[in-house]
Write a protein that binds this ligand. Sequence first.
Ligand code: M6R
Length: 608
Amino acid sequence: MCGIVGIVGRHPVSQRLLDALKRLEYRGYDSAGVATISGGTLERCRAQGKLVNLEMRLKEQPLNGFIGIGHTRWATHGAPTERNAHPHIIDGIAVVHNGIIENFAELKAELEETGADFETSTDSEVVAHLLAKYRRDGMSGQEAMHEMLKRLRGAFSLAILFQDDPSTIMAARNGPPLVIGHGDGEMFLGSDPITLAPLTNEVTYLVDGDWAVVGKTDIRIFDSEGNAVTRPRCTSTASADRVTKGDYDHFMEKEIHEQPEVIARALARYVDIAGHRVAPLSTGMDFANVSSLVISACGTAYLAGLIGKYWFERYARLSVEIDVASEFRYRDIPLSPHAAALFISQSGETADTLASLRYCKGHGLKVGAVVNTSESTIAREADVIFPILAGPEIGVASTKAFTCQLAVLAALAVGAGRARGTITEEEERQLVMSLAEMPRIMTQVLRNIQPKIQLLSRELSEFPHVLYLGRGTSFPLAMEGALKLKEISYIHAEGYAAGELKHGPIALVDEKVPVIIIAPHDRFFEKTVSNMQEVAARGGLVILITDERGAASSKLETMHTIVLPNLEEIVAPIIFSLPLQLLAYHVAVFKGTDVDQPRNLAKSVTVE
Ligand code: M6R
């Protein structure tokens, strides 16, 4: 989604704004721009497409000035053109905006009646026009800001420059996060602390409804009523150093290969590996005494939650209500205050997941956040935080965050099982031993399957459609495999429960449709093999992903068989994620798509 940066500095800001925008690139965007004030005049440079275009423009037409704002735009209202790119400048007021102004049409009509001439088809431009109107009415910048904010409905964060006040940036937050960074005689603004990491680690988070006047050495923060408020200053642990590709071609590739290490780190937090127990730390939630569990999330995080549902039901005998957050928040679900809720989010900023969390909190449920970003809004609003410790994930396609989410959910489900007395101490020991072996197995799998996956990927990249099938926890994994493939290679892919094959998807099967069957040799294996035979009988191209036992017992001819080591049931979905991720990655590389920033997608979805 859109990203915001701002600097009120002691030195020229243009290059630093551009560098900060580069650190926001991972969020996804389709145009970008910066504005500075120099010699009492606003200067602006914008470009459609990637930041390299903006960089070229800035070389031709450098911007001067010690104060400035910048923006990467992920188009919501209006095409991703240069004209629609931010900052929008009206009457000496420059505005960058992240989010959606829901009542923009009504505001635009009202402003047009008073003579406003709109240059863009964005919702954001109304902010600049409203401010300009209030200034013409005689208000100061601060008064205009307060009045303008009262008129906006929706989710937004804003950074604003007034040409006649070259020492101040105004900022506001109602939804998408905004962080103020404290420098040495300079102040910064950013959509997240990673943006600011090389500039400062001392940050203040604005909370929803806040707006701020940011000077070189001071900030004044106000709530929505205009009362001065104090927000704590804290030290962020975000680091820009780690956010490099290293020896890899893409962040996604690097993040796939980081999994053994980050899973080991996550496990060290949640399980006592030597004692073969779930660590007491992970029982921040009283699973023994909850009536049921509610889980909600979006995208890949939702699919991790779906696998978690199987585990909580099986090991802890807890019934789980789960839905995608965009549905959950509006379903008017009757909720018992005795239930507990888990919200899963890599970024911790996903708007629908946050709204679902607030809905559950409002119903008195104890709320846990399974998050990668412990400083995020979801983490800060939850009662209990379960960090997944995956480290910064830059590729838009989630990989290591998914497997870390699974590792944490597995540990929590086993811990819940012990707390509820639904598994024995010996069963806990066995399960923890299986979890503890994952980093080693992952390293081995990543090393061994690459050549085969590359071969298969080259072939698969020629097909327009791919089906994924699985049973049990392999069903959500089939959906995750399909999601990964479609988002980065743009091949149409669908994941189904293998048992649903005959209820519709089999109609698609012919010799032009590869069907990827995820079938560890578990209690569903025989049934999945039957489905595989149904596909083969119709000429479908079977790609089997199984383990050694499965490969030995399946006699069917396949287009390709990927063989993993034999695994315990609890770790199978985590390890089986690896071939699916690698497959999507290599297909995308063969197709030449933008692996880390696929078209139309954003890393952090901060609006509905
Ligand atoms: O930051 P979150 O985990 O809340 O994000 C949820 C989804 O937007 C995310 O998982 C998305 O589906 C990924 N692009 C999938 O690879």
